[in-house]
Design a protein around this ligand. Structure first.
Ligand code: TRP
Length: 334
């Protein structure tokens, strides 16, 4: 609890260009629940360096992501939007928690196995202890809820295990966080391969709609979207491409799948794809305009970044000092 509200923490990596999937599956959700919680939304740039990054590119993307949080509708005066690397407690608590995490536990992480296979030439210790840094992110703010996708569930579970282990030894230091899974149906798949999640790291750019895609590009990608030969807009598992397009349409318009089936009853895929494309443009355009305005306003953004980092530092230090005391580090002379 902070100021009488439950605490929510979440973070996103600034690797790759954000897609419509990230927006509809995560960011939009964050915005809709933000008012109910005391929120911390971090751009987790420290996690990004577990994979080799180009420095200028990392910096640019981190700023883009932070700006997008705001453009998507998170008021930075009410939501603590900040860079993970600006708050020293993340690294400090991560080190301590490393000493309460077992090799065997980390060895079981499926994301580590996947990433290690993908980056066989750079299996560094940071990649291995990535979930511990994530635990530190969450526990530093005493978060009650953590909205994440299914792929991060295992990391949430290890976070809870580490927190419970620590609490069992030292008393109630950490709040045990709950996962907050978004609404079902918000999982957006690739337009080129509806069996795969729409991803920022897809090699085929036609599979993903990027948040910065202009209207023509959006429409073109929807026209090319993979469907089937049923020629009928129906919401069923046998038509995964159409299923995905209906999900996107519903997420953008607020309609239900049944309403959508009725609306396009007797119409061809061409009409339907066009309508989905236009619905997406309708969502992206205002977001892109707000983004452009914010980007022009450098001083405003810099001010937000500074003030929120200070707030995050202040809140997280409370937890950090408590932890340091519990484990026996010497007290600081004031
Ligand atoms: N690992 C998360 C991802 O890749 C990002 C992340 C880092 C995160 N720290 C977090 C998410 C803390 C929620 C809470 O999606």
């Amino acid at each position: 609890m902070l100021d009488g509200k439950k605490v929510l923490f979440s973070g996103m990596q600034a690797t790759g260009n954000l897609t419509l999937g990230n927006y509809l599956g995560a960011l939009k959700n964050w915005v809709s629940i933000a008012d109910d919680y005391e929120t911390f939304y971090s751009v987790v740039d420290m996690h990004s360096i577990t994979i080799r990054q180009d420095p200028a590119e990392l910096r640019r993307r981190a700023r883009t992501l932070l700006t997008l949080y705001i453009a998507a509708g998170l008021d930075p005066e009410k939501n603590c939007i900040y860079y993970q690397s600006h708050v020293s407690g993340h690294a400090e608590l991560a080190w301590i928690l490393n000493c309460f995490t077992y090799m065997g536990e980390l060895n079981r992480m499926t994301q580590f196995k996947d990433k290690a296979a993908k980056h066989a030439d750079n299996i560094n210790a940071g990649l291995f202890t990535y979930p511990v840094l994530m635990a530190a992110d969450i526990l530093l703010y005493q978060a009650d809820v953590v909205p994440v996708g299914i792929d991060q569930m295992q990391h949430l579970e290890i976070t809870r295990d580490i927190a419970q282990r620590f609490n069992a030894i030292y008393g109630d230091v950490f709040t045990i966080p709950e996962v907050y899974l978004g609404k079902v149906g918000a999982k957006i798949m690739s337009l080129q391969d509806p069996a795969r999640k729409m991803s920022k790291s897809d090699e085929n750019p036609n599979g993903s709609i990027y948040l910065m895609d202009d209207p023509d590009t959006v429409i073109r990608k929807f026209k090319r979207a993979v469907t089937d030969s049923e020629a009928c807009v129906r919401y069923c598992d046998e038509q995964p491409g159409i299923h995905n397009l209906i999900d996107i349409y519903c997420a953008c318009t607020g309609r239900t799948p049944e309403e959508t089936e009725k609306e396009f009853d007797g119409k061809g895929y061409g009409d339907f794809k066009m309508a989905v494309g236009e619905a997406v443009v309708g969502v992206l355009k205002p977001l892109q305009e707000r983004f452009a305005d914010l980007q022009k306003n450098k001083d405003y953004l810099d001010g937000i970044i500074k003030a929120n980092a200070e707030k995050a530092q202040y809140v997280s230090n409370k937890t950090l000092r408590k932890v340091q005391k519990k484990i026996g580090f010497p007290e600081r002379v004031r």
